[in-house]
Design a protein around this ligand. Structure first.
Ligand code: ADP
Ligand code: ZN
Length: 522
């Protein structure tokens, strides 16, 4: 290893770059001090360098855990192109190739070894790592896509859980966990599950300036709208659907309309999936219609638009999927088609689950998606706040900032709603409050003697859906709170009282209501 007078010189030597991206230099320094680290950066932020450069500067081998064979191959290829000793061990190799690579490692010809988690922690493989540690030295573990360890993430992989064994077996070897996942909950989970010891945490901004975000109502005309947009846009695009069936149907329709589109979902053969993906990446085909199976490891920089034909299951997943647009930094568009019918479908599927914890997670996630889809604030503000990042709004690059919606004054209704929450002593969820407002004869309401409240039946003039819409809007405007432990009990906050004292008005988007009313009649 040539000695370097500065990290910049080392960067130039190995990668040819002149300067570090934000955060990279400090991370490299800390990694050189053998600290445990958690690195959170959006896709394209430059995470790879954070573990690769320290690996090159330290004696011994760095073991990189990566969930997908395709990801490993891409990274190893890129490193080897730069003349860096890197290799991978996975199920695509035969016994002879494996032995050959293991020898190269023990002969100190390799700085970075990529492996899948299940191989790394297997009883057959760990003795080899012991041997490496003994003979040439082990200088660290890098866990890529570390969110796979968390059920709260969008890509849970049970085999990642076993990585906890690394800390047990090698207490003195540092671990760097890397992820593009942004939620606080997942971060905490990563640190606990991987048993990180007092880790230094680095979190980069998740704002993707070049992406235009918009939410459009989903209706009978949505297909025509999509067709029109594809014809206007010209560049590559991805359309995400919830089910394989919708993917197949939509692809078929598009093909009939002479759009060059192919499907991608877990129901296709491995060959067909690989071939469709390659054709998309090579610009042989313009549109990929896909389920969320089309995701991690797909690196196409010039995707110009991502549409969500169905409601995504969680906001994090939405952010990641939409984020596959515009990786080259050029402008790109992210469109979500939203209907209340979709919400009901998701709610129904949540009800079908038998695991209480899973149900709780799914409900929490759905609420966040609705906050985003129904919000009237800057879409970036809503998204980034979900990731614990403050964004002041007025981004100038989302539908809510560029064309504020027509709103209606619903202050009186809001007063009724919030008073009802107060009368019910802040002990109930949204559906119950609406029952009381609409004068329901529900047994629970009668038992609780809530038919005797002054707010009982004062909301008969609005439909349950309209009240729900108002309730949710109050929540994401911060005019009402909700407990998040699974019961979603509504709680008043100081702003709620301002609304009730008429010190603050409440406005709702009109188009959403018009749509709601028509949906209910048909
Ligand atoms: P991530 O893993 O966070 O998605 P990558 O590590 O793949 O991101 O980096 C994204 C792109 O940025 C890559 O093409 C990489 O070569 C480039 N890159 C990373 N760091 C730098 C840097 N300091 N200077 C210039 N380009 C960089
Ligand atoms: Zn905005």
């Amino acid at each position: 290893m040539p000695p370097f007078p500065s990290l910049e010189k080392a960067l130039k030597h190995y990668y040819g770059y002149d300067s570090f991206r934000p955060g990279q230099r400090q991370i490299v320094e800390e990694a050189l001090q053998n600290r445990d680290l958690l690195i959170v950066m959006p896709t394209g932020g430059g995470k790879s360098l954070c573990f690769q450069l320290p690996a090159l500067l330290k004696p011994g081998l760095t073991v990189v855990v990566s969930p997908l064979i395709s990801l490993m191959q891409d990274q190893v290829e890129a490193l080897r192109d730069n003349g860096i000793g890197a290799t991978f061990l996975n199920s695509s190799l035969n016994q002879w190739q494996v032995r050959h690579r293991e020898e190269a490692i023990l002969n100190n010809k390799v700085k970075l070894l990529y492996v899948a988690p299940e191989r790394l922690v297997s009883e057959r493989f760990l003795p080899f790592i012991d041997l490496v540690k003994h003979q040439i030295g082990l200088n660290g573990f890098a866990i890529d896509e570390a969110h796979c360890v968390s059920e709260w993430g969008h890509d849970f992989r049970p085999e990642y859980r076993q990585l906890a064994r690394l800390r047990q077996r090698y207490p003195d070897i540092s671990i760097m966990a890397l992820t593009a996942t942004a939620t606080e909950r997942v971060r905490q989970d990563i640190m606990t599950q991987l048993r990180l010891a007092n880790p230094q945490v680095h979190v980069a901004s998740f704002n993707r300036h070049n992406l235009y975000y918009e939410v459009l109502p989903k209706s009978k005309n949505t297909y025509t709208e999509i067709l029109l947009r594809i014809r206007q846009e010209k560049g590559s695009g991805i359309i995400y659907c919830l089910s394989r069936k919708t993917v197949d149907e939509l692809t078929f329709k598009l093909q009939k309309n002479e759009i060059n589109a192919l499907p991608y979902h877990a129901g296709l053969s491995d060959e067909e999936r690989a071939s469709n993906q390659t054709r998309f990446i090579r610009d042989d085909v313009q549109i990929m219609v896909a389920t969320v199976a089309f995701g991690m490891g797909i690196n196409k920089p010039d995707v110009r638009f991502v549409m969500h034909y169905d409601l995504p299951r969680n906001l994090e997943g939405y952010y990641q999927e939409a984020g596959r647009a515009g990786r080259d930094g050029e402008s790109a568009k992210c469109t979500l088609f939203y209907s209340y019918g979709d919400v009901k479908k998701v709610e129904w599927s949540i009800e079908q689950r038998t695991d209480a914890k899973e149900q709780q997670i799914a409900r929490h996630q759905l609420r966040k998606v609705l906050d985003y889809a129904e919000g009237t604030e800057c879409r970036r503000t809503i998204q980034l706040s979900y990731f614990g990042e403050f964004f002041a709004g007025s981004c100038g690059n989302c539908d809510n900032c560029c064309s504020p919606k027509n709103t209606e004054d619903w202050s009186t209704e809001a007063m009724k709603f919030l008073s009802c929450v107060a009368r019910c002593k802040e002990r109930y969820g949204m559906n119950y409050i609406i029952e009381v407002l609409r004068g329901s004869k529900n047994q629970k309401v009668l038992q609780n003697k809530h038919d005797e409240l002054s707010t009982y039946g004062i909301g008969k003039d609005r439909t349950a859906e309209q009240w729900k819409m108002l309730g949710r809007s109050l929540l994401h405007q911060g005019l009402l709170d909700q407990t998040t432990d699974g019961y979603a009990v509504l709680k008043l906050n100081p702003l709620s009282w301002e609304v009730m004292r008429r010190q603050r008005s409440v406005h709702l988007v009109v188009t959403a209501f018009k749509k709601k009313a028509s949906e209910e009649t048909n």
